[in-house]
Design a protein around this ligand. Structure first.
Ligand code: PMP
Length: 324
């Protein structure tokens, strides 16, 4: 089998050589920030398109900033690293790209910095990136069931949810595991105030009386790139404005449609919450329209949004012929 490549400690290395020490701060304390980027294989263009890859790396920079980490690569350099890893692996299938910025110091102790005579000195950080072939994370051809979770969504003042911190994902892992143990496909987490926040790895939208509603950024959500994509596509392609406001738990029970969205999840319709059927119990009409649009856009089939799709391989002959 061909070697799989990763980017680790500033170099492209075979994946089996990309290993951290057991003493790594991030491994012991969860002091990392990560992203998940999808690459979609487009057979006609013979191209692997990374979706909104620059926006993911911009968010990684914001996460690093919140977590007092120094991400030494620019967004452009990070895009190049992602491109190189995916291309070296020669993927001709859908993939998931996982960049991680992390506290790489091997010092035992919680602080990410130490005092010196001249001021404060931050311990070293590093960055790695790998990619894996990836299918659907949640169903997209049929609706899913969700349960409101007993684990509350962590608050911004505990672990900032808008920083995609590795340690934060204990919250999501507990929620998702509970959902699966209870027979649901996915968890819906509430804030401490009892408002709907999001799924364990997805933002949430409801449709009520033809209006799209989603929790605002101050409901401890991750500021999702798919969420922003959905808001823009709904507005510009369907003439639907999204209302960003608090959503109560019981609004889930009376919504006409609900869907979850995220890079991994894509757009997944919810047909049941806490054993109550949502709408007709099928994929609702607004969700279905959005899904169709979304998949056209991410697969590089919607010319208007072609700038959201970054090809991994040099432009193929097929694509060049079509552009002329
Ligand atoms: N919320 C959480 C907790 C997530 O992990 C994700 C996945 N990154 C999302 C929302 C959706 O974010 P995005 O659309 O940027 O992938």
């Amino acid at each position: 089998m061909a070697a799989e490549w990763a980017f680790f400690e500033g170099e492209y290395v075979p994946i089996e050589d990309a290993k951290v020490s057991v003493r790594t701060h991030a491994l012991n304390y969860g002091t990392g920030a990560f992203e998940g980027i999808r690459g979609y294989w487009n057979e006609d263009d013979e191209q692997l398109y990374m979706f909104r890859v620059a926006e993911h790396f911009e968010r990684l920079h914001r996460s690093a900033r919140i977590l007092r980490m120094n991400l030494r690569f620019s967004v452009e350099e990070l895009v190049e690293i992602a491109t190189n890893v995916a291309a070296r692996n020669g993927y001709r299938t859908d993939v998931y790209i996982r960049p991680v910025a992390y506290k790489s110091t091997e010092i035992v102790g919680l602080s990410m910095a130490r005092r010196t005579e001249t001021g404060i000195e931050f311990y070293p950080d590093d960055f790695f990136l790998y990619a894996v072939p990836f299918g659907d994370y949640l169903h997209v051809n049929k609706p899913i069931s969700c349960g409101v979770c007993s684990w509350q969504r962590i608050d911004d003042n505990m672990i900032p949810a808008r920083a995609k911190a590795t340690g934060l994902y204990i919250n999501s892992a507990l929620a998702r595991t509970e959902a699966e143990e209870n027979g649901y496909d996915e968890a819906i987490m509430l804030t401490a105030a009892g408002h709907v926040s999001e799924g364990s790895g997805e933002n949430l939208f409801i449709v009520r009386d033809g209006k799209l509603i989603t929790p605002s950024h101050s409901e401890n959500i991750l500021e999702g790139i798919t969420r922003a994509t959905v808001i823009q596509l709904a507005r510009d392609e369907m003439g639907l404005e999204t209302i960003e406001c608090p959503i109560d738990r019981t609004e889930l029970y009376i919504a006409d449609e609900i869907f979850l969205c995220g890079t991994g999840a894509q757009i997944s319709a919810v047909s049941q919450v806490d054993h109550r059927t949502v709408g007709s119990g099928e994929i609702g009409p607004i969700t279905a329209d959005l899904m169709k649009l979304y998949f056209d856009v991410v697969k590089g089939r919607h010319p208007k949004y072609a700038n959201w799709c970054t090809g991994v391989y040099p432009a193929s002959v097929n694509a060049a012929v079509r552009q002329t």
